[in-house]
Write a protein that binds this ligand. Structure first.
Ligand code: GDP
Ligand code: MG
Length: 178
């Protein structure tokens, strides 16, 4: 059995824990604790402090190990540990909160320093009527053309699956010589 490590990152409340919960074959390991800062508590009551962990069997030879990162920058010392040995990563964007796009940009810059692994970006929460269109998210983030950006609804298994498959495609494209 081969294991592939994939990291799911993104700003606070982008939907990382939910994304892993939706797709994991096992009950995900989760390290959410009560939120202490009032401004963050306005968005949700609990937050991930160390990691989320879930697995998904692609077939009987391949298992994906999914690691979700904590979103707040004060926990970013965990990112290097989580990114160590990862074959690719997913950047989740909260499409309902344009104000977080600059934080997402900072996070992407930081990840590019930590790892050379390929990544895809997912414009999450597309089921919400207030969600920004994926094309707008792409423009605001200034994504290079070779970085795939997918529409995503983290509550829907098929949607999460599409994002993971897009990442696997990127991993194969960047590790296979032309
Ligand atoms: N509308 C909508 N809300 C979502 C989706 N995914 C997650 N959420 C909500 O967004 C909030 C943050 O999700 P969570 O997974 O805890 O975010 P994390 O901080 O990135 O781990 C929660 O209230 C989730 O229910 C989605 O696909 N659509
Ligand atoms: Mg979380």
């Amino acid at each position: 059995m081969h294991q592939i490590k994939v990291v799911v990152t993104g700003s606070y409340s982008a939907g990382k824990s939910q994304f892993i919960r939706t797709i994991s074959d096992i009950e995900p390991v989760n390290t959410d604790y009560a939120v202490t800062l009032a401004e963050e508590r306005a968005l949700k009551q609990e937050t991930t402090v160390a990691l989320d962990f879930g697995t998904i069997a692609i077939n009987n030879k391949l298992n994906l190990y999914l690691f979700g990162t904590p979103g707040q920058e004060r926990f970013d010392f965990m990112w290097e540990h989580l990114a160590d040995g990862c074959l690719g990563y997913i950047v989740l964007v909260d499409s309902c909160r344009p104000a977080q796009l600059s934080e997402t940009q900072r996070l992407m810059d930081r990840f590019a320093e930590i790892t050379d692994a390929p990544f895809v970006v997912a414009a999450n929460k597309q089921d919400d009527p207030s969600a920004l269109p994926p094309a707008y998210v792409r423009r605001r983030l200034g994504l290079p053309l070779d970085v795939p950006l997918l529409a995503c609804t983290g509550f829907e298994r098929d949607s999460v699956k599409r994002v993971l498959l897009a990442l696997l495609k990127q991993v194969i494209a960047t590790t296979t010589p032309p």
